[in-house]
Write a protein that binds this ligand. Structure first.
Ligand code: PLP
Length: 376
C-alpha cells in the first residue's frame, strides 16, 4: 500500500510552528479584541515592511480585497476592466459585483499571464460593447508576476489604472520590485492553500497612495466617516479577523524561508521533467512563489498522466479546466478578438503537481518517477 502524498501539506508547517500558534490564539482569547484587535495593525505594518508597499489593509478575503480596490477606484456600470480569463473566478467576479464589466484578455503560453499585445483587441472589444475602459486587473498566475513593464506602458498610454491580483504571488518579485508594491493597488488572499495562508479566510489590499488608503479604511467598515455611526459612503463589512492576523504574524516570519524551499522543489521538478513536459519558466529578473507548479502536456497525454499518478496515490490538479469566458456566468462579457486561443489551449494542457515547502526529496522523487514512467 503506497502512502498518499498530499497536494499541499499544511500539517508539516503546523508542526514546524509548534505551540506558538496556540499561544498566539490564546493571547487573542485573553485580550478579547476579536474585531480589529492590535494584531491587525501589527500585521499590516509587517506586511508593508515585507513587500515595500507604503500601506497595507487587512481584509476579509482575496475576493473582498478586489472588491474594495475596485470600489476605491469607483468602478461601476458602464466601465470595462481588462482581465484574464485563465484565472480563478474571483478576478472577474469582483468586477461584475461592483457592476462593471470584465473584458477577457488572452495570455502568453510560457508564463500563463496576460499578454500585453492582446490589450489593443480588448480595448476594441470594450468600446464595441459601448463600455468605457477604466482599468486592468493582471493576475500573477501560479505565483509568477505578470509582464508589468508591458502592462504599465499600455495603462499609461490609455490612462487606465492597474489593480494587481496578487492572490497567488505575494512574496514574489519583478525586476527589483516586490509584489504588493506594483500597480495602483495590489490585492492578495490568505486562503489556507495560498503561499501565505491563514486558518480561515483573509486577504489584504496594498497601495502607495495615502488618500487611497484612507478610502479603503472607510470602505472596509461600511463606509464609515469620523466614527462608526457616521456613514459617508457605501462600503462593506470587509474586516480581517484578529485571530487570523495573529496566525499570519507567525507565518510571515517563516515565509521567506518557505519561498526558498518552494523554489528548491520547483528547480528539482524542472531539472527532472524538462525532457518529458513543457516545464514552467521564470523570466529573467523575476521570482515566483510557486503557488502552483504547473506543467504542460499535449491534451490526450495530460489526462492519462493525471490518471496514472492518481493510481499511485499522487494527487494532481488542473488549474483551470474551464476558462471564465466559457463559463455560463461570464460568457456574455466581451472577449478580446472574440476568441482566446492560448487560454483555450492552456486549459487543455496544464497539470499541476504537488507543491509545498515541506515536500521532501523522497516524496518528490516518487512523483517524478511516476511522471517519467507514465510518459515512457
Ligand atoms: C484565491 C484567489 C482569489 C480569491 O481569494 P479568496 O481569499 O479565496 O477570496 C482571487 N484571485 C486569484 C487569482 C486567486 O487565486
Amino acid at each position: 500500500m503506497t502512502t498518499p502524498i498530499p497536494f499541499i501539506d499544511l500539517q508539516a508547517q503546523r508542526n514546524r510552528l509548534g505551540n506558538r500558534i496556540e499561544q498566539a490564539i490564546g493571547r487573542v482569547l485573553d485580550h478579547g479584541a476579536f474585531i480589529m484587535g492590535p494584531e491587525i495593525k501589527e500585521l499590516e505594518d509587517n506586511l508593508s515592511a515585507f513587500c515595500g508597499a507604503a500601506h497595507s489593509l487587512g481584509c476579509s478575503n482575496g475576493t473582498d480585497a478586489l472588491v474594495l480596490a475596485l470600489m476605491a477606484k469607483g468602478a461601476g456600470p458602464g466601465d470595462a476592466v481588462l482581465c484574464p480569463s485563465f484565472t480563478f473566478a474571483a478576478t472577474a467576479e469582483a468586477v461584475a459585483l461592483v457592476g462593471a464589466s470584465p473584458v477577457f484578455v488572452d495570455i502568453l503560453p510560457d508564463t500563463f499571464n496576460m499578454d500585453p499585445a492582446n490589450l489593443d483587441s480588448a480595448m476594441e472589444a470594450a468600446l464595441a460593447a459601448g463600455l468605457r475602459p477604466k482599468g486592468i486587473i493582471p493576475v500573477d498566475l501560479f505565483g509568477l508576476p505578470a509582464d508589468y513593464d508591458g502592462l504599465e506602458a499600455f495603462a499609461r498610454q490609455y490612462k487606465l489604472w492597474i489593480i494587481a491580483d496578487a492572490a497567488q504571488s505575494f512574496g514574489a518579485a519583478y525586476k527589483g520590485r516586490k509584489v504588493g508594491s506594483m500597480g495602483d493597488m495590489a490585492t492578495t488572499s490568505f486562503f489556507p492553500a495560498k503561499p501565505l495562508g491563514c486558518y480561515g479566510d483573509g486577504g489584504a489590499v496594498f497601495t502607495g497612495d495615502e488618500a487611497t488608503q484612507r478610502l479603503l479604511h472607510s470602505l472596509r467598515v461600511h463606509g464609515q466617516g469620523t466614527d462608526r455611526y457616521d456613514n459617508i459612503r457605501i462600503g462593506i463589512n470587509g474586516r480581517l479577523d484578529t485571530l487570523q492576523a495573529a496566525i499570519l504574524l507567525l507565518k510571515l516570519e517563516i515565509f521567506p524561508d518557505e519561498i526558498m524551499a518552494r523554489n528548491r522543489v520547483a528547480d528539482r521538478y524542472n531539472q527532472a521533467l524538462a525532457q518529458v513536459a513543457v516545464v514552467p519558466k521564470v523570466p529573467q529578473g523575476l521570482t515566483s512563489t510557486w503557488a502552483q507548479y504547473t506543467l504542460r502536456f499535449t491534451a490526450g497525454n495530460r489526462d492519462f498522466i493525471a490518471a496514472t499518478l492518481k493510481d499511485q496515490a499522487i494527487p494532481t490538479a488542473i488549474y483551470y479546466p474551464r476558462p471564465l469566458h466559457k463559463q455560463s456566468a461570464y460568457h456574455h462579457y466581451p472577449v478580446a478578438g472574440e476568441k482566446l486561443p492560448v487560454t483555450d489551449q492552456m486549459a487543455r494542457e496544464v497539470l499541476s503537481l504537488p507543491m509545498h515547502p515541506y515536500l521532501d526529496e523522497a516524496a518528490q522523487d516518487r512523483i517524478i518517477q511516476a511522471v517519467l514512467q507514465a510518459k515512457s
